[in-house]
Design a protein around this ligand. Sequence first.
Ligand code: FAD
Length: 447
Amino acid sequence: MAETAQVIVIGGGLAGCECAWQLAERGIFVELHEQKPQQRTPAQTSDGLAELVCSNSLRSDNPLNTIGLLHEDLRLAGSLLLRLADENRVPAGDALAVDRDRFSEAVEAAVRGHAKIRVVQGEVTELPLARGLPIVVATGPLTSDALAAQLVALTGQERLAFFDAIAPIVADESIDHEKVFAASRWGKGETDDYLNCPMDKPQYLAFVDALLTAEYLPLQDFEKGVQYFQGCQPVEVIAKSGPKSLRFGPMKPTGLDDPKTGRWAYAIVQLRAENRHKTAWNLVGFQTKMKQAEQRRVLGMIPGLESAEFLRYGSVHRNTFLDSPRLLDERMRLKSCPQVRFAGQMTGVEGYVESTASGLWVGLRLAAELAGRELPLPPETTAWGALLHHVIDDSVPEFQPSNVHWGMMPALDVVEGAKKRNKGERKAAHLDRARIARDAWLAAWVR
Ligand SMILES: Cc1cc2nc3c(=O)[nH]c(=O)nc-3n(C[C@H](O)[C@H](O)[C@H](O)COP(=O)(O)OP(=O)(O)OC[C@H]3O[C@@H](n4cnc5c(N)ncnc54)[C@H](O)[C@@H]3O)c2cc1C
């Protein structure tokens, strides 16, 4: 007789496969639903599980980069997908790149070959709530329309987005604090919630000109014809509507007294704290499809950001994701309906590895729960923990998806009298601190 499912996972992508595998390895029977081969998302070109839809690179494998450190965290925590990525690696310098077909085939073989996983083919159009089982939704950035409609009904229209509008984030240490000033518009709220980069008229006009002539990434076919919501328009779209439109939009200077002049500047770029540690700052309203090198060049014209270190670049894509800080608890359960939890890009992580990391966490956490055990989140000082804490950090008012980066972590301790660390020294210090915390957490909690 067929074994009875204990958990339903919807979506056989990176997060769904990792999650299902982790549960199955702990003796929990999983029903994994995948809409392929009957139906594909517009980005998919194969019928396999865990398809890498674009690049075949899982980015840098060097632990001095946050993504490389996340690779290390996942390997040590027993990730199936990282192991199979390593086994199907192709030469790519210090990046972890894979043969995408062999990688997908290996995941397929592992998942389908597992005695505790049953793969069910076909689109899920409605959450099977009546079955009373925990449900993990891992249907990714291009979740099918019918299911997305049901999720809107469950979460509320304004809490499920279909496009991201990602503004760049820069590291606090890389800002020239002599040129910027802390102030909230009209003195409302905490003074140090915002940093302001003042521009005079020639600086503003040169900046708008650079923005209008910069190079941009093309839209994917399925992204064409998009109507952007007001407030989510890419900065270049606003700039195109007239030379003064940014000055009356995201670069509005009103209500911001520059302490150096006692007056309002001609235009202002506002930076908003990206986390409660104030280690990273978001360029408010600067979502953009500018190429990354162009972002460094053009946004480097903003006073105070000449040497900015970009922790996250701006972007705008088709992307289905939740307002996770408001909706999810640390187990990634929907607070309003705890039977349902989410994994992968839908939770607001961005990228193959981050989605895998999310699936790994949800699998481990749910397995612990079903075994009656506790499992706290990995510490925020680790790459994996920082990413997961970011997803549920409700101190961030306007949540947008993100890759993992150092700015998600608490600031490093400052040693009294010691000279300021340079970028390389900061990375090394983050790495040391993260490894100590991660190893202790793994030793205490992960079996
Ligand atoms: C065009 C595009 C390009 C990208 N390029 C990159 C890149 O180069 N590098 C990078 O790191 N990240 C990239 N990403 C992001 C990347 O797709 C995701 O980070 C990652 O694949 C997300 O993993 P996931 O498991 O959350 O979702 P997915 O990997 O998308 O998996 C979701 C699965 O759910 C299935 N599904 C959807 N709806 C249903 C349903 N109703 N019923 C059953 N099954 C369903 C889908 O068929 C899919 O197999 C890209 C995304 C897009 C859209």
